[in-house]
Design a protein around this ligand. Structure first.
Ligand code: SF4
Length: 374
């Protein structure tokens, strides 16, 4: 994948979903920055060897700070940052885990940033500075740190729905770990780590990518649930640089057949004309991709579109031509738990969509456990 390819990933026509995965288009960053501190870690050196082996242009920095990334032209700074991968050491704050309901008990980070170009990107407004993809070299410390959190977690309706899965750790709050796995190997290492863990724990990650071949044979011990973030075709056109929906479904089927628990993250749900039929078609595609899987363990998370004044401003700078609906007058204004403002669908529309979509999902995928609607 060219990191600057802003075209919609696939056409709205519905291709067959139940085929074997085809070779994925993989991101090749145009610039790779390597900090000296990253090379003090075995995983940092292993990533560097991978990157050099792929023939990527590596720049070894003399200091650990990434500088010179800001520019007066926000659009240009965005484009250059999105084409850049940096090998860094995660700061100590990353080792103090935060609860992340309803997605999981705890959040941890293998990286920060993502090479895709979703016009609604969840990271807009929450990353500081240009969105360079930073991958963390101190993987041993990041994974070793998790044990202190096993057995601890908050009780929510979503965590009750996940009962039996143990303490859950979410790895995709600030990145798409599968989208960069061919450059890092970090997700595979995390899957092995959780697979070997004695305590009841689960690794969770969400992705809009499809290159799962390297994960299929790993000793995952059913301790990793990879959820595929998918959307109805009229909404998926906002997801530049991601894997086509058909490939995501094929990847989900392949993982499920390899014994992994899998999930659907339906997000962000949009209320375009014909939304019921379009989401019903999406659920039918998912059911086709998973047909015949023995021991299927499938969850679903449904997330409606929302934005904040800050995320809207960032997204308008990144994607000035986007027609993604972000009209405050068509939304309800709500306060976030941190006292900020967010705009969500009006209550009546929200209730209608929730009733219809959860009904249609249950009909298409009766074995799916819905973890939450938000
Ligand atoms: Fe943002 Fe996720 Fe899209 Fe990456 S895949 S650009 S993190 S919404």
């Amino acid at each position: 994948m060219d990191s600057l390819d802003l075209r919609p990933p696939d056409a709205p026509a519905s291709p067959p979903r139940d085929r074997a995965p085809r070779p994925a288009r993989l991101w090749r960053p145009r610039r790779v920055l390597v900090t000296p501190a990253a090379l003090e870690h075995a995983h940092g050196r292993a990533m560097l060897a991978r990157l050099e082996g792929l023939g990527l242009p590596v720049e070894r920095l003399s200091a650990n700070r990434l500088t010179g990334l800001r520019q007066a032209d926000a659009r240009r700074a965005y484009a250059e940052a999105k084409a850049t991968l940096a090998l860094v050491v995660a700061p100590p704050t990353k080792l103090r885990l935060q609860p992340i309901p309803p997605s999981a008990d705890w959040r941890f980070d293998l990286a920060e940033g993502c090479p895709a170009h979703c016009q609604y990107c969840y990271l807009a407004g929450s990353l500081s500075g240009p969105p360079v993809t930073r991958v963390y070299a101190n993987l041993d410390a990041i994974l070793g740190n998790l044990a202190a959190y096993a057995g601890r977690g908050s009780v929510t309706s979503a965590s009750e729905a996940r009962a039996g899965e143990g303490t859950t750790f979410e790895a995709s709050c600030y990145t798409d770990p599968l989208g960069i796995e061919h450059l890092t190997g970090s997700l595979s290492a995390a899957i092995r780590h959780f697979g070997a863990w004695e305590a009841p724990v689960q690794l969770r990650a969400t992705t809009k990518f499809a290159a799962v071949e390297s994960l299929l044979g790993l000793p995952h011990n059913r301790r990793t649930r990879l959820r595929f973030s998918v959307n109805a075709a009229p909404a998926a056109r906002y997801e530049g640089g991601t894997a086509p929906l058909a490939d995501r479904f094929a990847a989900m089927g392949a993982l499920a057949r390899a014994g992994y628990p899998v999930g659907l993250t339906i997000a962000p749900i949009l209320a375009f004309a014909g939304w019921r039929e379009a989401y019903a078609a999406l659920f039918a595609d998912a059911a086709r991709a998973l047909a015949g899987v023995s021991d299927l363990d499938l969850t679903a998370e449904l997330i409606t579109h929302r934005f904040t004044p800050g995320s809207k401003a960032v997204l308008e700078g990144w994607y000035p031509g986007s027609d993604l609906p972000m009209d405050e007058a068509a939304r309800s204004r709500k306060l976030t738990k941190f006292g900020g403002v967010k705009y969500v669908f009006p209550r009546d529309l929200m209730a209608e969509m929730r009733g219809i979509l959860t009904h249609d999902l249950a009909r298409a995928l009766p074995g799916a456990r819905v973890l939450y609607w938000t």
